[in-house]
Write a protein that binds this ligand. Structure first.
Ligand code: SF4
Length: 346
């Protein structure tokens, strides 16, 4: 599915979507969602940190920034074999996409051969591949694309106006340039942002406008809820109202009808009802696994239970030919169903 549709959204138009009565907004989002997706399917990815901490950037929300003192343990780039073993396990647990994240400003030339081997190895397992490594040069984007990297994640984080309060070491334009190099190399784009950092509704609208007005809308749009980590400058920021988060998901769905809207960081703090409302608002992708880079994520078995309660199925890769893979997921969902029945019978 390619996102060639382009609309020149204005921030004012998008703010007025945010201001709709909640039920009207949900209805609109769900109507758009049903035109493009099976409303009862969710795509599942697994994320692994391949290099952790000591990042030169100063993103104020991030426990991996070398500018702040947090409990994150630093870890150099992992060996290729370790990453491939992890990918194998992710596949066994039902993931269809394996995302590898490195806390870097940008990859160094000496790292490129290892990164390429990782992409090739994960691809060979029949998984889709995604990486997030910071800024890329056009040549690096080209090399990763040639190795078979399907997606590159690079978030815009927030609106251009609020951006300077969150990051000072990299410009908004740097981010847009990397997204352009990724597109030019033929890869799919995963780009989203974070809400709950103390930004205004106008800023949330501004972020979504930036994403929706890209020459080609991103195939994946992660919407993260800030995870407040002790030691980062944002650890005391006020909580965002959960309904405002759900509104953000719904507006993202309306603006980017064909994109996968992903519930990302912050899901661990969301109860089942909030996650269910997010799916109703048009979210159709999640991360599996107990950790999201360095912050906690719900247990895989909890996800299976929730999917069961909601009648949600795990979406298969469009070109999936591996029936065993599908069987693994369905049996995990059945196991959760059995556990649930046993629990109810107690
Ligand atoms: S968000 Fe990424 S670029 Fe920013 S400090 Fe964290 S690891 Fe570095």
């Amino acid at each position: 599915m390619t996102n060639v549709s382009r609309h020149h959204w204005t921030v004012e138009e998008v703010v007025s979507l945010f201001e709709l009565p909640f039920n009207d907004l949900m209805y609109k989002a769900q109507t758009v969602h049903r035109k493009h997706f099976n409303p009862n399917q969710v795509q599942v990815s697994t994320l692994m940190s391949i290099k952790t901490g000591a990042c030169a950037e100063d993103c104020k929300y991030c426990p991996q920034s070398g500018h702040y003192h947090t409990d994150v343990e630093r870890q150099r780039l992992l060996e290729v074999e370790k990453v491939l073993n992890e990918a194998k396990q992710a596949k066994q647990q039902g993931a269809s996409r394996f995302c590898m994240g490195a806390a870097w400003s940008n990859p160094k030339e000496r790292d490129m051969p290892y990164l390429i081997q990782m992409v090739e190895g994960v691809k060979e397992m029949g998984l889709e591949t995604c990486m997030t490594l910071g800024k890329l040069t056009p040549q690096q984007a080209e090399a990763l694309g040639q190795a078979g990297l399907d997606y590159y994640n690079h978030n815009l984080d927030t609106s251009p106006e609020f951006y300077g309060q969150i990051i000072t070491t990299r410009t908004y334009q740097d981010r847009l340039d990397t997204l352009e190099h990724v597109r030019a190399a033929g890869m799919k784009v995963c780009a989203g942002g974070i809400v709950g950092m103390g930004e205004s509704r106008h800023d949330r609208a501004g972020l979504l406008v930036q994403l929706a007005n890209l020459p080609m809308q991103p195939e994946s749009v992660p919407i993260n809820m800030l995870v407040k980590v002790k030691g980062t400058p944002l650890d005391q920021v006020d909580d965002l109202d959960p309904f405002e988060f759900i509104r953000s998901i719904a507006v993202a769905r309306i603006l980017m009808p064909k994109s996968y809207v992903r519930l990302s960081a912050g899901r661990e703090k969301m109860n089942e009802q909030m996650q269910a409302l997010s799916f109703l608002a048009g979210a159709n992708s999640i991360f599996y696994g107990e950790k999201l880079l360095t912050t906690p994520n719900p247990e895989t078995s909890d996800d299976h239970k929730l999917f069961n309660k909601l009648g949600i199925e795990v979406e298969q890769r469009e070109d999936a030919s591996d029936e065993a893979h599908e069987a693994v997921i369905m049996s995990a969902v059945k196991d959760a169903q059995t556990d649930e029945l046993a629990y109810q019978a107690e």
